[in-house]
Design a protein around this ligand. Sequence first.
Ligand code: C2E
Ligand code: MG
Ligand code: MG
Ligand code: MG
Length: 292
Amino acid sequence: SYFLPILGLLILCGTLVFWLMLKRRSPTEELERALRDGEFVPYYQPIVDADADRWDGAEVLVRWRHPVEGVIPPDQFIPLAESSGLIVPLTQALMQQVRRELSTRLGQLPHGFHIGFNLSAAHCHDWRLLDDCREFLAAFPPGRIILVLELTEREPFRATPHTFRLFERLREMGILIALDDFGTGSVGLDYLRHFRVDSLKVDRSYVAMADEDVLSQHLFDNIVDLAQRLSLTVIAEGVETPAQNAYLRDHGVHHLQGYLYARPAPLRDMLARLKSPPSRAASESRSACPDL
Ligand code: C2E
Ligand code: MG
Ligand code: MG
Ligand code: MG
């Protein structure tokens, strides 16, 4: 007589558990949902030409504006996007959004402003990249915006003849290539011999030590020397203090990016920042955080 009610209860519980399992999304499904819902948004961090005291361009740094968790930094979802194959659609969506929002505020950007995107290795093998870049640039008068692709030295992609050809095509379109996080990876100098880049972004870890210990200074000076011999632009990442700023400038590095000048921010905030010259922005941020 108890058999039927208990069986009924078991079936009910089973169904409930099954339903809950279906409802709970895997992290990858959560990324897919966020992509569909447009939760990945561009932040911009300007890059300074300190010599000319002008804003040279900006790097696009993606953020996940999660409805519950708030703003999530890229380190927490880019690796999963890469391993799940979502990085290409995510980057495409980001490029489209940047293109859209820049075209409405173009009047507020200096002519020839550089816009840099971080590319994952998977995207570098993908011929869709050519169309993505072409579509991005088509939204602006020629030369109005210079597109920069940042490739990290941290996880260098296997460069095949196929990717060489792809990147030659990109360079023919006037797109610049930057080697990001330079000094952290193992691409070696041979890479630079085969793969043409326009600039080196010296990793923040070197910049942080540049005004401190002599060994780092030697390493840093050597990178700058190498870059200059190869006619590459050197960009220092993560410039936080006036002392670092002074050291860099005394050692021939004029392209600077870091909290001292501006933090990554939505377009509107970056545009507000661009209204005063970099030197003013730096002294203002210095007085805003005296411990820097
Ligand atoms: P990255 O390309 O080397 O970007 C520079 C990182 O340094 C950014 O971190 C930036 O916020 C941070 N930074 C800038 N100035 C300073 C400073 O003065 N002090 C300190 N402590 N940090 C500074 P973020 O935005 O968290 O991005 C981390 C990494 O995530 C990026 O490193 C890049 O490798 C990756 N990433 C960001 N956006 C994208 C994207 O759209 N696609 C891909 N594939 N990777 C991305
Ligand atoms: Mg970068
Ligand atoms: Mg970097
Ligand atoms: Mg870095």
